[in-house]
Design a binder for this molecule. Structure first.
Ligand code: BGC
Length: 401
């Protein structure tokens, strides 16, 4: 059912006046107070590497902002998450509903269990329930075109969350930590760890990437390889197995057990003298821990590994020195940035001007971006101090006791 702009604009103006009188109109969403990641210093971007411009193209004339539609308090927001297999997605699944309700909206939040077909059905159901905004973390960045076109035909506003949505003009904006930049940091963290370890060059390493369906995974890998490739070309780094293409090193469905199996077979096929790789590039914490577990189980020295997500268990592993680094991209901040975009529709029919645009194959999509942060033992007590662990379980996972 198409939305009737004029009526909604008039009604929205009345409601906005009412809300302003009630003193709650411009209220920022009340997110995660007391949560350790919220209380930790916001990543400052101080350690941002120099870009090659891959994530970021300045917005085009007019900021690419198109008039969309007003939201009304009580409107339904559909949140479609890809799975809950890593801490960041489980947290987003749990926190989006309360955050939207705190902003005076209603929410339906689904988890697609890593199944693109299921995600399409869930989005169809959200369209049928007359959601006004869809927030989508795509299972497969290329498969949502048709269902999002249907949503767009109904006047629904579509925001990508964390992952790009490719090959469709229906997406209105994406909120994310720059994926290429995140990958650059993963590569930098690995090099920094190898330097600190003082291992003799050439360094023998292995490479791992995430799920081929996830647009972040290719960008993480490209970002990391922009750091590693020159060193590989200079023979300062050797990839022991010779497996260097994304297809060879990808981990189907982000399944850490698959990464562990690949690492085990690399260790037995390539490192027969019992000396393992000195470093391993990994796309996220779950895979970092799988790789370290494979090395430990095989009796190999632990390699330097990077990571991503600052998962509670990996914060503990970094503190203990088992995992060299992780890259932090706090979910609370990503949700809060998404809420700012959604809330702006309560007072204007436009999304805020994006920070950058990114070509998704067919459209320059506006990106609302946040800066990730490399976490190592050197700054872990600044970002994840034990005094900020939110409960005993988190303190245990962080190895604070
Ligand atoms: C997210 C990562 C996460 C991975 C697997 C990616 O799209 O950016 O934070 O580790 O999905 O769930």
């Amino acid at each position: 059912m198409a939305r009737t702009h004029v009526i909604r604009v008039a009604t929205a103006a009345l409601v906005v006046v009412g809300l302003a009188l009630a003193g709650s109109c411009a209220r920022a969403p009340g997110l995660g107070h007391g949560d350790a990641q919220t209380d930790a210093p916001a990543p400052s971007g101080d350690n941002l590497p120099s870009y090659d411009g891959k994530d970021e193209t300045p917005p085009t004339e007019g900021g690419g902002v198109q008039p969309l539609a007003f939201l009304l308090p009580g409107d339904l927001i559909g949140v479609s998450m890809p799975w809950q297999g890593t801490q960041n997605w489980a947290e987003a699944f749990a926190k989006f509903g309360p955050a939207l309700e705190a902003a005076g909206l209603r929410a339906v939040v689904d988890d697609a269990g890593n199944d693109s077909g299921k995600q399409i059905q869930q989005i169809e159901a959200m369209i049928a329930q007359e959601a006004k905004v869809l927030v989508v973390g795509a299972v497969d960045g290329t498969q949502l075109g048709n269902v999002l076109d249907q949503a767009k035909d109904q006047g629904i506003i579509i925001l990508g969350y964390d992952r790009m949505i490719d090959e469709t003009t229906s997406v209105d904006g994406v909120v994310q930590y720059g994926a290429f930049t995140t990958g650059v940091m993963e590569g930098q963290a690995l090099i920094q760890g190898l330097e600190e370890k003082g291992a003799a060059k050439p360094w023998t390493i292995e490479l791992f990437a995430g799920a081929p369906t996830d647009p972040n995974a290719t960008l993480f890998f490209e970002g990391a390889m922009s750091v590693l490739q020159p060193l590989i070309a200079a023979r300062e780094i050797i990839v022991g197995s010779g497996e260097t293409s994304f297809t060879e090193v990808a981990t189907l469905e982000w399944a850490n057990e698959k990464a562990q199996t690949r690492m085990e077979s690399l260790l037995t096929s390539t490192y027969t003298d019992g000396v393992g790789p000195v470093g391993v590039l990994t796309p996220n914490d779950a895979i970092s821990r799988a790789i370290l577990t494979a090395c430990e189980a095989g009796g190999f020295d632990l390699p330097v590994v990077d990571g991503l997500d600052a998962e509670d268990i990996s914060i503990g592993w970094v503190r203990e020195g088992r995992q060299y680094a992780t890259v932090s991209k706090p979910t609370d901040q990503l949700i809060a940035r998404t809420l700012v975009a959604i809330n702006s529709l309560l007072t204007s029919p436009e999304l805020p001007v994006p920070d950058f645009t990114h070509l998704n194959g067919v459209k320059d999509v506006g990106i609302y971006t946040l800066s990730p942060t490399i976490i190592t033992q050197a700054n872990i007590d600044e970002y994840y101090p034990c005094s900020k662990a939110k409960d005993a379980e988190q303190a245990t996972n962080w190895k604070c006791n």
